[in-house]
Design a protein around this ligand. Structure first.
Ligand code: HEC
Ligand code: HEC
Length: 210
């Protein structure tokens, strides 16, 4: 199944010129920018949705995410420093042929798309998730997520927007931070402090936000 998907990706990537020779893309930044929208819709859109509001929770929503953060992640995939089996299977290859100019243009494209609505969850779970998000858990030494990700979880350039993100994706990232497959010191500390039920509550709360 995975190998069929990877073959499909190779075909898509070739069709959109992502598999161009190393160095070639960097020589044509203007052409890259013109192509970025086509790539965003025609290639990235097959998984992330043409406007970045993916339906399948395996694929993170990119709509309304901050351009700087998107840029850093694409460079981390390209540099093979953001690990995790899904990142390796799906995004390392995707990002490998992208020039800096194309990465900038793709990040701008998705940052300017309108984020989709949140998804409803049970009020009791939402209340628990919101309490953790807003106040942290002092007895466990957990800081409030809001301190970094903002009161409405809209983030800022250095901290990703979490509002409306798929709960399943959020849980998977927290697990990857915890195991250091996605190696980010500050989130390793945060994820290591949360119990499974608390992670689920905060992920459901975030998914519910517009
Ligand atoms: C075949 C499916 C697929 C395609 C096509 C694809 N992606 Fe992804 N993308 C993924 C998956 C899966 C992840 C989650 C990786 C993980 O769980 O660590 C991801 C993660 C990302 C992230 C990280 C988001 C975050 O919130 O940290 C960015 C940015 C991204 N992709 C951008 C792109 C761009 C730009 C393209 C087109 C050039 C693209 N993707 C094409 C599957 C895909
Ligand atoms: C001290 C600041 C800080 C705190 C507190 C914090 N975060 Fe983060 N978080 C970050 C930074 C910085 C990143 C971006 C990491 C990177 O560059 O890959 C991040 C990334 C994430 C991501 C990955 C998003 C994506 O699109 O892939 C999730 C999920 C997340 N944080 C959830 C939380 C939750 C839930 C809490 C509270 C329990 C929390 N964070 C508290 C700084 C923080």
């Amino acid at each position: 199944m995975r190998s069929i998907k990877i073959q499909l990706l190779a075909v898509l990537a070739a069709a959109f010129g992502l598999a161009s020779l190393p160095g070639q893309a960097q020589m044509q930044p203007a052409a890259d920018i013109t192509n970025a929208r086509d790539i965003a819709i025609g290639v990235c859109g097959t998984c992330h949705g043409p406007h970045g509001n993916s339906i399948n929770p395996m694929f993170p929503r990119l709509a309304g995410q901050h351009a700087w953060y998107l840029e850093q992640q694409l460079k981390a995939f390209r540099g093979e420093t953001r690990g995790d089996p899904y990142a390796i299977a799906y995004m390392w290859g995707m990002a490998s042929g992208l020039s800096d100019a194309t990465i900038d243009a793709l990040a701008e494209y998705f940052a300017h798309q309108k984020a989709g609505p949140g998804k409803p969850h049970r009020p009791a779970v939402l209340a628990e998730g919101k309490a953790i998000y807003d106040h942290g858990i002092p007895s466990q030494g957990l800081p409030a997520c809001a301190v970094c990700h903002g009161p409405q979880a809209l983030g800022d350039s250095m901290h990703p927007r979490l509002a409306g993100q798929h709960a399943e994706y959020i849980l998977k990232q927290l697990a990857s931070f915890k195991s250091n497959m996605r190696d980010v010191a500050v989130m390793h500390g945060v994820a290591g402090t949360l119990h499974d039920g608390q992670m689920k509550a905060v992920a459901d709360y975030l998914e519910s936000l517009p």
